[in-house]
Ligand binder design. Structure first.
Ligand code: BV8
Length: 244
């Protein structure tokens, strides 16, 4: 990645008043969190791809297997920490009048790094909720005492995560889209931009005139749409973008 490109992106970031950051699994890769599709492979567990394991259909048919898949990931996550990209984004939110972090990730690493102005489009792996309810229950400890876990009144819980084939949390997409439509700069960090409707967020920002800056070691379907596409790892580039 050339210094000129980095400087061009850093100037957009320096001069911005309203910043939206859109993150995917790649921002957590350097923390050791496996991505869904990066590096050409897809996350497969017990012979099933993530799109099947994290699906409304499987939850309906076999909630125990879905919970075992989430517990497997929670077990990996429990030993991991935020990386410099998470920390730089948490720091950055204090510098702008308007700053919003929109994440597709469910790992909670942005919050652990200190981010507070955040919308989790796909929920959070450290929470559960009763089926058909939006009343969430924290599930901070892994392994869970029982699978499926129960809420305080004994109700069976499902992961508080948006599965494939499910609607996003009420209002989450709309709020993110509204902010994206009026930002100056939209950073797109570590996403293959394949999952909808989430992938609409940076599209909305770009179509509304924001400068779109992509950070990804690989080219994505987004790279040509971006004003600047920085080829490299988030943990290295994001801190530089914010002048660390
Ligand atoms: C819905 C929670 C409607 C679960 C997730 C055909 C075409 C278009 C759409 C569809 C279609 N068929 C079905 C759909 C809809 C579907 C969808 O988009 N499918 C995709 C796969 C085609 N979407 C849905 O089902 C959504 N709901 O549409 O509802 C509806 C209408 C009416 C009634 C009911 C429903 C819900 C989608 C939400 C799914 N849940 N997560 C879980 O975590 O288990 S999505 C899941 O994928 C994760 O959240 C993940 O973040 C997300 C997107 O992936 P990425 O984050 O981009 O990760 P990925 O691995 O793909 O890429 C990583 C990138 O990082 C790579 O580019 C790599 O190069 C880069 N990278 C690697 N290392 C680094 C790095 N970058 C920077 N630094 C590094 N070091």
């Amino acid at each position: 990645m050339s210094d000129q490109l980095l400087e061009k992106a850093a100037r957009y970031v320096r001069e911005a008043k309203r910043v939206v950051v859109f993150t995917g699994a790649g921002v957590s890769a350097e923390s050791g969190v496996p991505t869904f599709r990066g590096g050409g492979n897809t996350a497969v567990w017990r012979g099933m791809p993530a799109t099947e394991l994290s699906s409304a259909e499987l939850l309906e048919r076999d909630a125990v297997t879905v919970w075992e898949w989430f517990e497997y990931r929670r077990g990996i996550l429990a030993g991991l920490s935020p990386n410099p990209a998470h920390y730089a984004l948490a720091e950055a939110e204090k510098r702008y009048d308007e700053f919003l972090l929109v994440t597709q990730n469910v790992d909670g690493l942005h919050q652990r790094a200190g981010s507070t102005k955040i919308i989790e489009l796909h929920g959070n792996i450290w929470r559960g909720r009763p089926f058909g309810s939006s009343k969430t229950v924290p599930l901070p400890d892994t392994p869970l005492p029982e699978i499926p876990p129960k809420g305080p009144n004994g109700e069976v819980l499902r992961p508080d995560v948006v599965l494939f084939g499910e609607m996003l949390p009420a209002g989450a997409f709309e709020e993110a889209a509204t902010v994206a439509a009026s930002c100056d700069v939209c950073l797109v960090v570590g996403t293959s931009a394949l999952v909808y409707p989430a992938a609409r967020i940076p599209e909305i920002a770009g179509q509304a005139g924001a400068a779109v800056i992509e950070i990804n070691p690989e080219e994505t379907r987004f790279s040509d749409f971006a004003d600047v596409s920085l080829r490299g790892p988030a943990g290295e580039i994001v801190p530089k973008l914010f002048g660390k």
